[in-house]
Design a protein around this ligand. Structure first.
Ligand code: AMP
Length: 280
């Protein structure tokens, strides 16, 4: 039976204490809700690792800019509970903003150079907001393992860095991107895409596939491939970045290698779309 806990973390902490005493390891899947199969894969991974699994559902105001979609971000708490429970989540926790950001809170996390690139350029508040809330959540849940998707690869790299920098005893587990049958990376925001949008949104995964083909055919020059990939870019898809980066520090890669990742960020009618994958 999955347990649903709304609001204040105390009942969740108390429930976890009991499991901890029994020697149970705790797995944690932080989410912003509106769950889909990508989230469920993280929950299943935690379950398969033998963890008592906590799923948090919290749309974090600190990671949204003033003109972004915080108010419009999809919320569906009852459905989320069903999907989290179906995937094997044991505790589904819905903190309120006041639980995580009480009026007297002052301190936040400022990530380093990993956060100053890719999504960090157009969304400067994004990674500080994520690190701050994830550290709060980590300290409340005190998981042994925490699960994050490679769909948000930069986020995963930054969280790993934060865990190392603050000596947190948490094993951060990265999970592969789950895609729709047409290849589109699953995202809570996909529900805003119309039929016509959807074809345009597929540009991201098609661009990754084109990069993979070019690499397989011997292309090694990142600048030349970038020019080729952006040549037929759809006008209504506002490109934020298309960058080849190495997988650890996300430094720009000029000579392409199998492990080089292509990172894409764009907006379609204001809907944020990102994707990334290794090209080899
Ligand atoms: P979000 O609710 O978008 O903040 O995502 C919560 C967690 O789910 C993050 O670790 C994401 O990287 C992960 N996630 C979101 N979409 C996917 C996906 N399509 N495949 C795998 N993981 C995902």
């Amino acid at each position: 039976m999955s347990q649903r806990i709304d609001g204040h973390p105390y009942p969740m902490i108390q429930a976890l204490e009991q499991y901890r005493r029994e020697g149970q390891t705790i797995g944690f899947v932080p989410t912003m809700g509106c769950l889909h199969r990508g989230h469920q894969a993280l929950i299943e991974a935690s379950r398969n690792d033998g963890n008592l699994t906590v799923v948090s559902v919290f749309v974090n105001p600190a990671q949204f800019g003033p003109n972004e979609d915080f108010d419009k971000y999809p919320r569906d708490n009852d459905r989320d509970y069903e999907l989290a429970a179906a995937a094997g989540g044991d505790i589904v926790w819905y903190p309120d903003v006041a639980d995580l950001y009480p009026a007297d809170a002052q301190t936040s996390v400022r990530p380093g150079a990993l956060a100053d690139k890719l999504c960090g350029i157009s969304r400067p508040q994004f990674f500080p907001g994520i690190c701050t809330v994830v550290l709060k959540l980590f300290n409340l849940v005190r998981p042994h393992q925490a699960y994050f998707g490679e769909k948000d690869y930069q986020q995963l790299a930054i969280i790993r860095r934060m865990v190392a920098d603050f000596y947190l005893e948490i094993d951060v587990v990265g999970c592969q991107t789950v895609r729709e049958t047409d290849g589109l990376a699953m995202s809570s925001r996909n529900r805003y895409l119309t039929e016509a949008d959807r074809d345009t949104a597929l540009t991201l995964v098609r661009t990754i596939e084109a990069a993979r083909r070019a690499f397989a055919e011997g292309e090694r020059n990142a600048a030349a491939l970038k020019t080729h990939l952006t040549k037929a870019w759809p006008k209504d898809l506002e490109l934020d970045y298309l960058d080849f980066r190495e997988p650890d520090f996300l430094e720009e890669e000029h000579q392409l290698k199998a492990e080089t990742r292509l990172f894409l960020g764009a907006w379609l009618r204001g809907i944020r779309l990102i994707d990334n994958a290794a090209i080899g």
